[in-house]
Ligand binder design. Structure first.
Ligand code: FES
Length: 380
């Protein structure tokens, strides 16, 4: 028998392994989820059917192993999915205890099978439909539900969209983010970059989550995205951050899959505040939208603030309502964005546009240790 070809593999002392109800063990390089329930061992593949989550690092729920990434469940003895999803099964392995050692059969007793899952509508290939330039406005200001108030940032955004529709013949859509019910990003990326999926794991699991409307608009519909925000304590609004944290899944596709969900899209920003910090807020917004692949026109944002010494918000509102130049500025911003979008739609960017070197999450082709070794060889 060749070394390593044994069919029963010793994975450790039974006394030790009994201490945890679920753990990962290795058969060579094969990951196994080893379960100990009521003193009995069982073993299933340690690789989840969904996107490969480590089942041995999950938890036990009754007879089911729960994947730590998105909570799919597999029976701890048969490997079958939970009731209704039995066809979604991971391989099960025989286990026996001999002389106080736990042995797992290398060959699985059952095969992996995947139930066909209807792809989520957002998963379709982004493809620009013919037609006029489409402008999406995302307003991130917050206000009391059912008690509307004047918002400087949203007023300027509405001016921009009106100009786009009436003067530039664009299709327009406004999403007030405060009207959507959606969950915060729950940190799937923090488990593993591959646990952050497109479409977002939350969107796939929770049919009531309305962030889908933003994804649909940004990825599949818009040519131009105009985001408006108030300044809150020197930053963008909390809703802006809640929204962009959920858009990390778009950026993450660039990082883990070299997949560009946003191509030939243009972004612009409207930032207003009673107090200052316009450049910092703009810098954050530009940085994020650049990382998800947006282009920018010249002068990609318009802004207004009363400055540090002011505490007269009534005047601030009045200035924005009455300032023709601010509203003209918002219209000019959307014109610049639409002009740039026109260039993008008609033209095409060269291959260098998507070159990975130096971009986020791209490993280098050299290492410090490697360089040191080469240096030592050269020196020798
Ligand atoms: S549920 Fe296991 S990888 Fe998603």
């Amino acid at each position: 028998m060749q070394p390593g070809s044994e069919s029963w593999i010793d994975v450790g002392a039974a006394d030790e392994l009994r201490r945890k109800p679920l753990q990962q063990v290795l058969l060579g390089r094969t990951r196994i989820a080893l379960v100990c329930k009521d003193g009995e061992f069982s073993a299933i593949s340690g690789v989840c059917n969904h996107v490969g989550g480590p089942l041995g690092e999950g938890r036990l729920d009754g007879d089911y192993v729960v994947c730590p990434w998105h909570y799919w469940k597999f029976h701890c003895r048969t490997g079958e999915g939970e009731p209704g999803y039995e066809a979604d099964r991971v391989p099960a392995h025989e286990v026996r205890v001999e002389d106080g050692r736990v042995l797992v059969q290398r060959q699985a007793a059952t095969k992996r099978s995947r139930k066909a899952h209807e792809p989520h509508p957002l998963a379709r290939k982004p493809q620009r439909a013919d037609g006029p330039v489409r402008v999406l406005g995302l307003s991130t200001t917050t206000m009391t539900a059912g008690q509307p108030r004047y918002s400087t940032s949203e007023d300027l955004l509405e001016s921009a969209l009106r100009h786009a529709a009436q003067t530039l013949d664009c299709e327009t859509r406004l999403i007030a983010i405060r009207d959507l019910k959606f969950r915060e990003c729950e940190g799937f990326y923090s488990k593993s970059s591959r646990a952050c999926t497109w479409p977002c794991s939350i969107t796939q699991m929770d049919a009531d989550d309305q962030m889908e409307q933003v994804y649909e608009g940004v990825v599949h519909w818009a040519d131009v995205i105009i985001v408006s925000t108030p300044i809150r304590w020197g930053g963008a609004s909390s809703l802006y951050y809640k929204m962009v944290e959920r858009m990390n899944c778009i950026q993450n596709q660039e990082t883990i899959a070299n997949r560009h969900l946003l191509r030939d899209k243009v972004a612009g920003f409207i930032i207003t505040g009673g107090q200052d910090n316009v450049q910092a807020v703009a810098g954050q917004m530009l940085g994020f939208f650049a990382e998800i692949g947006c282009q920018f026109p010249q002068f990609p944002y318009v802004a207004h603030s009363r400055g540090w010494s002011a505490e007269d918000m009534e005047n601030n509102e009045r200035y924005v309502r009455e300032s023709a130049s601010l509203h003209e500025g918002a219209a000019a911003l959307v014109s610049r964005c639409v002009d740039t979008a026109g260039l993008m739609i008609k033209g095409t960017l060269g291959a260098a546009a998507l070159c990975r070197g130096g971009r986020k999450g791209h490993g280098l082709d050299t290492r410090a240790e490697h360089s040191a070794a080469v240096q030592a060889t050269t020196d020798g």
